[in-house]
Design a protein around this ligand. Sequence first.
Ligand SMILES: O=C(O)CCC(=O)C(=O)O
Ligand SMILES: [Mn+2]
Length: 202
Amino acid sequence: MPHQPSLPFGGEQLPGDGSAILIPNFFAADEADELFRELLSGVPWETQELAMFGNIVPEPRQSAWISDGVTYAYSGATRTAHPWTPALSHIRDKCSHQANTRFNGVLANYYKDGNNHLGWHADDEMVNGPEPTIASVSLGAERRFDFRHNETHQVVSVLLPHGSLLIMSGLSQSCWQHRIPRETKLTLPRINLTFRKVLNLS
Ligand SMILES: O=C(O)CCC(=O)C(=O)O
Ligand SMILES: [Mn+2]
C-alpha cells in the first residue's frame, strides 16, 4: 500500500478548552490497510448536495451515515441510516472501549485526493448532546487537521496518520471549529470515520 508511515506526536493536541487526544498507531499498519480496502468497497458512499449561496453544489468528498437506525441532520441535510458492516462494527467496538463511550453511529468520509476537503465546522448538532465525545479514525493518506479557537482564533494543526485515532471531548466542539483543508498536491485517498453517540430526538 502506498501509505507513508509517519512519526507524529501522540497525546493531547489542544492547549485548553476541550481535549483532542491522538493515538497514532491505534491500528497496526497491516490491519489499517485491510480495513481501508474493506471500507472502500463496503461502505455505501454517497455524494451529498449542499445549498450554498442559493446554489446546489455537490460536497467535495463522499460520505455515508451508519447507525442503529437513528437519522442524522447537519447543514440542512438529513442522512438516512445505513446498517453496520462487520468492519465498521469491529472498529466501533474498539473505539467505544478506548473512549469509554457507547458509540451508536458513524459518519464515514471518503476523500479521493487532496482536492477533496471539509470546511470549518464543529460537531455541535443537538443530536450529539452537550460536550460530545467523538472518536475519529483515519485510514489511508495522511491529512492535516486544523482546529481554530472561536474567540482567540488560535490555530492548532495535527497530522492524522494511517491507523490513527483522535478522541475529541469536553469543550472541543463548543470552543473550537475544525476542518480538513485542501492539499492540492496530494493524489492519494483517505477514509475517515467519526464515531458518535447520538440521541434519538425523534
Ligand atoms: O476527516 C476528518 O478527519 C474529519 C471529519 C469531520 O470532522 C466530520 O465528519 O465531522
Ligand atoms: Mn467534524
